[in-house]
Unconditional design. Structure first.
Length: 223
């Protein structure tokens, strides 16, 4: 599940890294909020609250830049999202919607959100055949696809196609290290064209074949 957290990727995005500490704190809280909702949907509130606590504690220096007013505003925004999820659907929703709209306008850059959404989409579909066209069809629900493509490259210093490939290979490395799946099986799982295509792409990015990678890592773990 770790790969699917929005908060995991913030430190890699220019639109976040270059913000003031105050604004970074607001953005971070917004994405902690989004990630928490995924715990709620699974009925896993204990781990969800633990996730919030750990992330706030880890970023305590940023949190100190927030005023009481900003913290209350964030709590109201959080209540709005919880209300949408059904936890507090008895409240009058309009004031929360109005408040969250103001919060949204303050905290999220035009590049940050679609880039994180593309990262999330690729990660959730890593075991499917994912193309740039698929990603842009998905992005079209939220923003102009051509702009999303440009903004992604500006944030990540790589194209969407390069990101998909890099993510597929990093997942393959993990499977080679942590499972007994054959190289053929891993190629099939990750929807490479065939074993030869997988081996070529892997060697181009990692520098050695999948079999050699597994052998080297097995030797390292058993020294």
């Amino acid at each position: 599940m770790d790969d699917l957290f929005y908060t995991r990727y913030l430190d890699h995005l220019k639109s976040y890294v270059h913000q003031t500490p105050e604004k970074k704190a607001i953005i971070l809280l917004g994405y902690i909020q989004r990630d928490f909702l995924r715990y709620y949907r699974r009925g896993d509130l204990i781990d969800g609250f633990k996730f919030i606590k750990e992330n706030v504690k880890r970023n305590a220096d940023l949190m100190r830049h927030l005023s009481i007013t900003q913290i209350i505003s964030q709590i109201h925004s959080f209540v709005d999202d919880l209300a949408h999820e059904g936890i507090q659907n008895h409240v009058e929703i309009y004031p929360f919607l109005e408040l969250q709209q103001k919060y949204h306008n303050l905290s999220f850059s035009s590049r940050l959100e679609p880039t994180l959404d593309i990262i999330y989409y690729v990660n959730t579909n890593i075991y499917h055949k994912v193309t740039v066209k698929d990603v842009l069809i998905h992005a079209n629900q939220y923003c102009n696809p051509a702009r999303a493509q440009r903004d992604f490259k500006a944030e990540m210093n790589m194209s969407i196609s390069e990101f998909i490939s890099a993510k597929k290979i990093s997942t393959a490395q993990k499977l080679l290290r942590e499972t007994d799946d054959s190289v053929q099986k891993i190629a099939e799982k990750l929807k490479f064209y065939d074993l030869n295509d997988f081996s070529k792409q892997f060697k181009r990015k990692v520098g050695i074949s999948p079999l050699m990678y597994r052998k080297n890592n097995y030797q390292e773990e058993n020294k």
